[in-house]
Design a protein around this ligand. Sequence first.
Ligand code: ADP
Ligand code: ADP
Length: 227
Amino acid sequence: HPFLEARDIELSFGETPALRGAGLSVAAGEILAVMGPSGSGKSTLLHCLAGILTPGSGEVHFDGRRIDTMSEAERSALRRDRFGFVFQFGQLVPELTAEENVALPLLLGGTRRATALKEARPWFGRLGLDGLEQRRSGELSGGQAQRVALARGLVARPQVLFADEPTGALDSLTGEHVMDLMVGAAREQGTTVVLVTHEARVAAYADREAIVRDGRATSLSPDRIAS
Ligand code: ADP
Ligand code: ADP
């Protein structure tokens, strides 16, 4: 099996089919953009790959293990230890400072507070956030908040970063800045990235594209993207 793979996924929300035989594979270290119209099933497919949703049928494999049949406890441990997440609206914890938000995945993984904060700190310099460590997340601009969310997604050095419309709430210049930082940091750590976006400009940062339409996915090879 490829490093990360979904096969023949069917998933419905009540009577509404969201995925109808969707399949996708991602190589280790690859940055894959998942594109397609709104409502086509991109987020649902990402949630299946990340072990957040269990498909009605089909298989999800990660790093030699089948994850769709794991217990919720096992999947939760997998998400905590191997996966990182960035969503459209940062979703920072407003009561916490920026550095506490970045440290959160480490704290949830059992790292001591002082150590977690120490590991969070270099991310502020790396992502151009120097001086914002003590800010409450509500006091950050959209672009700053999204960079804090990116740091939080990467701080535990996940094997896979799942990014769902990470620039969707940003103006295009700020979005490009966040994408530059995301791709730079992912390549530096060798992190595999699954990037859901409906913007071609954002997908252009990826190594390869998959298109989701009506709950089915098609992979495009790089030469087809170029033509
Ligand atoms: P996309 O990410 O491409 O916009 P989604 O995966 O969010 O698409 O949604 C696919 C389909 O499933 C849509 O019809 C959407 O309304 C529906 N859907 C997604 N999540 C839910 C949910 N939690 N409950 C009911 N329907 C949902
Ligand atoms: P995205 O922009 O990532 O596709 P959406 O804005 O479609 O996300 O959905 C945001 C959240 O609402 C997701 O958790 C999704 O599962 C849920 N959702 C989407 N469509 C529906 C729906 N028709 N009914 C209930 N929940 C939905």
